[in-house]
Design a protein around this ligand. Structure first.
Ligand code: AKB
Length: 312
């Protein structure tokens, strides 16, 4: 019999596509979507949905018991830009939701957990180029602090209690099905929407701000691959570095100009510039490649093609 999977935060940017991909693979009725709010039509219509607050342990436990859930993907989180405005709410959501799921696994009620970390675990003292798996971290944002703490707890629960938790450090994610919300890398999605609508985009990050990015199809593939990897292949239980491409606003703009010649970008940096400046420019993901065969498929050129084709 196929296993039952619960996705918490299924209506967000990653959750939506992950739910659809898992439903395709394991069958619609075996993948339970849950979120505090309802999501898009394709997600709501294709399988079971439960309204769920990720900070409420007993609410998650009820759903887990009711559907006899084996695996949980915890995608609910407050991202970097919003978390700077609401530090305590961000800490509460990002940490309590993780403890809830880790404790369910510790108690033997679920057998496997996916939890996303981020390039935000790195900080201003981290080597910027080709950032290694193990290096100085010292995150300077609320979101980054919560992700770094989360990584430590994941490793702790694995070592002390044998919890099978798996994680990747996502770079900025580019997708057309669902908009991101409250992140610093969101500009790399907004720019495509504005290019199609107005042929113009004002970037909240300055020219030259190079950040690690990835097309959503690659991110979903990575997520499913690490969850399917044999336990003995995984050497990291905090979180794996993951990379595909790196670019600055003017580079994504030129890739759009190649398709929409009269597209114009201008710059009006805001508080998110400081967050972006504290993050790496590029990531060394050789450990993920070695341990579970990670390899990206999308570069900037074919990401731009996919985005413009699907948004048009
Ligand atoms: C954000 O910008 O906050 C996220 C991330 C890099 O984790 N997209």
């Amino acid at each position: 019999m196929a296993k039952n999977i619960l996705i918490i935060g299924a209506c967000g940017q990653i959750g939506t596509e992950l739910t659809l991909a898992l439903r395709e693979k394991y069958g619609n009725d075996h993948v339970i979507a849950s979120d505090i709010r309802e999501g898009g039509e394709s997600l709501m219509a294709s399988g079971p949905f439960e309204s769920l607050d990720a900070t409420q342990y007993s609410a998650i436990e009820d759903v887990v018991m009711h559907y006899e859930i084996e695996e949980v993907y915890l995608m609910a989180a407050m991202l970097s830009a919003t978390a700077e405005k609401f530090p305590m709410r961000a800490w509460n959501l990002n940490m309590n939701s993780l403890f809830n799921v880790l404790n369910l696994a510790k108690e033997g009620k679920i057998s496997k957990v996916f939890w996303p970390s981020s390039i935000a675990v790195f900080g201003p003292n981290t080597p910027k180029e080709n950032t290694p798996q193990n290096t100085i971290m010292e995150p300077s944002t609320v979101y980054g602090i919560s992700k770094q703490s989360g990584e430590r707890w994941c490793e702790y629960y694995f070592k002390k209690y044998g919890v099978d938790v798996r994680s990747v450090r996502y770079p900025g994610l580019i997708s057309w099905k669902t908009l991101p919300g409250g992140g610093t890398t969101d500009y790399a999605v907004e720019i495509y929407h504005e290019a199609i609508k107005n042929k113009r985009y004002t970037s909240f990050l300055q020219k030259g701000t190079k950040l690690p990015m990835m097309f959503m199809e690659d991110a979903i593939r990575a997520t499913m691959a690490i969850m399917e990897a044999p336990t003995e292949h995984l050497n990291i239980r905090s979180s794996y570095n993951l990379a595909a491409m790196s670019f600055a606003p003017e580079e994504i703009a030129s890739s759009i100009t190649a398709e929409i010649p009269d597209f114009i970008i201008d710059y009006d940096p805001d508080f998110r510039q400081e967050i972006a400046d504290s993050w790496p420019s590029s990531i060394d993901d050789s450990q993920a490649r070695k341990d579970w065969g990670w390899e990206p498929s999308f570069d900037l050129k074919n990401t731009t093609k996919e985005m413009l084709t699907n948004l048009n």
